[in-house]
Ligand binder design. Sequence first.
Ligand SMILES: [Fe+2]
Ligand SMILES: [Fe+2]
Length: 185
Amino acid sequence: MRCSRGWKNPFWRADRVLDELRRAADVTLEGYQINRLQHGLQSGTRALRDGVDIDWVVGAMLHDIGDGLAPQNHDRMSAEVIRPFVRWEVSWTVEHHGIFQSLYYGHHYGWDRNARDRYRDHPLFDTCAAFCEAWDQSSFDPNYPMEPLETFEPMVREVFGRKAYDPAVIRENEMTGLPVHLGMA
Ligand SMILES: [Fe+2]
Ligand SMILES: [Fe+2]
C-alpha cells in the first residue's frame, strides 16, 4: 500500500533517508560509545559549525548511510545515495572517504594506511583528506554536543527534493573546496 511515503509525497526520498538514519540509532559502532546515527549527526554538526554549505553538511551527515547494507563498500554506496542531488565534489569525497580513512586505522587490520596516496594527484585529494580529518575521524566522541536529527531534516528535504542529476546542482569537475582552517593532512 502506498501511503504518505509513496510517490505522491514530494518528500518521499528524504523520508526514506531519514528513516534509514533513525534505524542507524540501533547500531552501536564497534569499539565506540556512540551509534551510527550519532556518528552521522556529529559529522554533520561539525560541518554545520564550520560554516560550509548545505551540500557539505548533508554529505557529512550521510557519509556512512550505506553502512547498514554494505559495510565493506559503504563509502561507494553512500555516495550513490547522494550523487543525484549534491555537487560532484561532495559525492566524490564521500565515495572515497573509506580509502582516506585507512590512514587512521588501516594498520590495525594489516591494510595499507597510505592507500589514499593513489589519489595524490587528484584535485580533490586535499578536500577528501580534510573531510576525513575534520568531520569523520573526529566524530566518535560521546560527549560532543551534537545537533539532533530534527536540525538536519529541512536540509535533507531540500537536497533530496532537488531535480535528480541537474547539471546546475552537480557542477561536474567544479571545486569549491573546504575552508582552509579544517587543515590539510
Ligand atoms: Fe565510513
Ligand atoms: Fe564515518
